[in-house]
Design a protein around this ligand. Structure first.
Ligand code: ADP
Length: 676
């Protein structure tokens, strides 16, 4: 990739009357930063930060146009004119930095979760989007007219609020797509029955939008492929868009993919690191080729500016969207413009902090960006007068320790980082060696590069003990010690049964041509995270017959649905069996007895050659306990897995808090908790 290619991406472009300073945009993505269905100061600060970072266009997350789509109060909505001032504040926060702002308008249709509001979801029909979800109400003609008017009214309000345009969401299996698709629209009235009938609702919505907000630049977002049997295919969608753009003065088509359906389809929508990067770029390219008159916006797993530039250079897209990379690093564009691309914090496409927290109705976070969503609070705290310089020792070079060391150095302290192993990274660098999980390694590379660029004294191969730090010890003299020593893997032996391997032994075995993990392997998963799922998948790819056993009622309970649906589809192809609500009761030779955790019923699995135990890890907190028990030790802070075994998300966050404030990390966490 040459710099010329990047410079085209970063050069101005006009879509109709909308002049953009570059061709990079932040596509709509749910943040859960709303409150009472309105944008908050937190949301304005979040988008404002990305605008400051240089992006050309920001499209808001889906703004629900009607209360039947509202669901949770932390989503965005615009149901009446009272919502205008809050949107004005977002527009000001963004436009002041020279970035244009579009409002994405949607109705989610059958997947609206009406639990909070006791509202039925509306849809063309009565089929739920996934097993166990709500049965929607099949919309009558009055309902349809109501939603059509609501789209128009919301567009009018966005113009009032000063937005530069709107994007009508015709994709992602939301309500309009539910009408467009033969998979979800089985109506026999004027709104179904034929391609033209299924198009009628979209036409009425666009007619109303252009009538109520005349002259407002209006684009559409579509799903090129529903990835559903009998669903819309790329040629179908090109045909639909071609009809619409002849009838309406559309500004652009934003080409995404997927339907909201509890299958592989939804698993593609926020393609995680198990997908190839830019895996869906051919969709945008198809629209560009087939409808050259209509500007095309491309999206999904475009991980970096050079990759985005490649699409523009190949004339496959006019604008390129990077959502998760902008969560990870709001200053992507500015760093490139200033010739500092190496300072970028790379998105891991792990879907943990962003997508993963949405299901729990939590605001988004990010494994590699501990400050996301609290931009104002961190800035205010940093603005405080600098603390006196302290001598800080960080023990442990995993995510928690590296973040702590960097943060303490940024705060002006003298920092030493001691890591027992010959390399930085801790557990995440081990996890990154599992096939399909390699992108995790970017976190280590980025943190290590930043450490190398700062005057942090990094000592590898140096194991620290409490005696070292006490008066007269070889490391006496530090004011603060941040203990980031991680955790040991959980492991339960099975006397008389098959050999047991913990997660670290399993990961090394994956690289061993003479691996003892062959034949039939039982993976005990008490965590529900990627630890078990990723090694199970890797083993199955090596030809191992894998059984996953978990005491929980749901499979991989800590992995987001958006990743899990793709994961389970791969696992299905690999023939991995799962045994939920089961525990290992006993083992004898190659027979393992599983017990139903509900009723105690037992069953036997025979021919088991080995057991992988992904049991609960144990904090490696000896150093912390020993220092904590002394009155003559330096001030001690414990962070990450050594504090309590969790994930890199919490480790990095705690590390940054401790390093920045050198105070009780828990107090800091409270300070930065939920803000509006
Ligand atoms: P976290 O996710 O909390 O950062 P990790 O397990 O990823 O935890 O990293 C912990 C790191 O601490 C490992 O790289 C480990 O080698 C290192 N470590 C553990 N004990 C010591 C010690 N006493 N001295 C130096 N490094 C240590």
């Amino acid at each position: 990739m040459t710099s010329t290619d990047i410079s085209t991406l970063l050069s101005p472009v006009s879509l109709g009357s909308v002049h953009l300073r570059n061709r990079v945009f932040v596509p709509g993505h749910t943040t859960n930063f709303g409150h009472a269905n309105s944008p908050t100061g937190r949301l304005a600060a979040y988008h404002g930060e990305r605008a400051r970072g240089g992006v050309g266009l920001i499209v808001t997350e889906g703004i629900r146009v009607h209360p039947t789509s509202a669901g949770r109060h932390i989503s965005l909505g615009s149901f009446d004119d009272a919502s205008v001032p809050a949107y004005e504040a977002v527009a000001r926060a963004v436009q002041t930095h020279g970035t244009k702002l579009f409002a994405q308008l949607l109705h989610t249709g059958r997947q609206a979760n009406g639990d909070a509001t006791r509202t039925a979801a509306w849809s063309p029909g009565t089929t739920p989007w996934a097993a166990g979800t709500h049965i929607p109400h099949a919309m009558g003609r009055t309902d349809i007219a109501t939603v059509v008017r609501a789209f128009g009214a919301a567009a009018r309000r966005m113009r009032q609020a000063g937005f530069d345009g709107v994007e009508i969401h015709l994709g992602h299996g939301h309500l309009i797509e539910q009408f467009l698709s033969p998979f979800t629209n089985t109506r026999t009235d004027a709104y179904g029955g034929s391609p033209d009938g299924r198009l009628r609702f979209a036409r009425e919505v666009l007619t109303e939008v252009f009538a109520q907000a005349p002259g407002l630049p209006t684009g559409i977002r579509v799903s090129a492929d529903e990835f559903l049997p009998g669903g819309l295919t790329p040629p179908d969608m090109v045909g639909i868009v071609d009809v619409l753009r002849r009838e309406f003065p559309l500004l652009y088509v934003h080409v995404s993919h997927a339907a909201y359906h509890g299958s592989y389809s939804l698993g593609t929508q926020m393609a995680d690191m198990s997908f190839r990067h830019a895996q869906f770029r051919h969709h945008a390219a198809l629209f560009k080729r087939e409808i050259p008159a209509l500007p095309v916006l491309a999206v999904c797993r475009l991980d970096s500016l050079p990759e985005a530039a490649a699409l523009v250079a190949a004339d496959e897209a006019d604008l390129v969207g990077l959502a998760r990379p902008h969560i990870a690093d709001p200053y992507l564009v500015r760093r490139a413009e200033e010739g500092r691309p190496h300072d970028v914090r790379s998105c891991l496409a792990c879907n943990q902090g962003c997508v993963g927290r949405l299901e729990a109705n939590l605001p988004i976070a990010c494994v590699v960006n501990p400050e996301v969503g609290a931009e104002r609070e961190w800035a205010a705290l940093r603005a405080a007068p600098p603390a006196p310089v302290r001598r800080v020792l960080v023990v442990g070079g995993g995510p928690a320790g590296m973040e702590a060391a960097l943060a303490a150095h940024r705060a002006g302290h003298e920092v030493t980082l001691a890591e027992a192993r010959p390399a930085l990274g801790g557990r995440i660098s081990v996890a990154a060696t599992v096939p399909g999980r390699e992108r995790l390694g970017l976190m280590v590379t980025d943190l290590a590069r930043e450490l190398a660029g700062r005057a942090v004294d990094v000592r590898l191969g140096e194991r620290v003990t409490a005696d070292d730090l006490l008066p007269g010890g070889r490391l006496d003299g530090f004011d603060d010690v941040v203990v980031a020593t991680g955790a040991r893997p959980g492991r339960r032996e099975l006397p008389g049964g098959p050999p047991v391997f913990d997660i670290l032994e399993t990961v090394s075995a994956l690289r061993d041509p003479h691996s003892p993990l062959r034949g039939t392997v039982l993976v005990r998963d008490d965590q529900g995270t990627w630890a078990a799922a990723s090694v199970a998948e890797a083993l199955a790819r090596e030809g191992v017959r894998v059984h996953m056993v978990s005491p929980t009622a749901s499979f991989a309970s800590k992995i987001t649905t958006y990743s899990k649906l793709a994961l389970t589809s791969r696992m299905g192809e690999l023939g991995i069996r799962s045994h939920l609500m089961r525990d290992v009761a006993a083992a004898d030779g190659d027979t393992v007895v599983l017990r139903d955790t509900l009723c105690g019923h037992t069953e036997e699995l025979t021919g088991v050659t080995a057991v992988v135990d992904v049991g609960l890890p144990v904090a490696d907190d000896t150093l912390y306990r020993e220092l904590d028990a002394r009155t003559d030790a330096p001030r001690v802070h414990v962070v990450g897995d050594a504090n309590a075994p969790r994930t890199a998300l919490e480790a990095g966050y705690e590390g940054r808090l401790a390093g920045t404030f050198l105070t009780d990390a828990v107090t800091g966490a409270g300070l930065l908790a939920d803000t509006h």
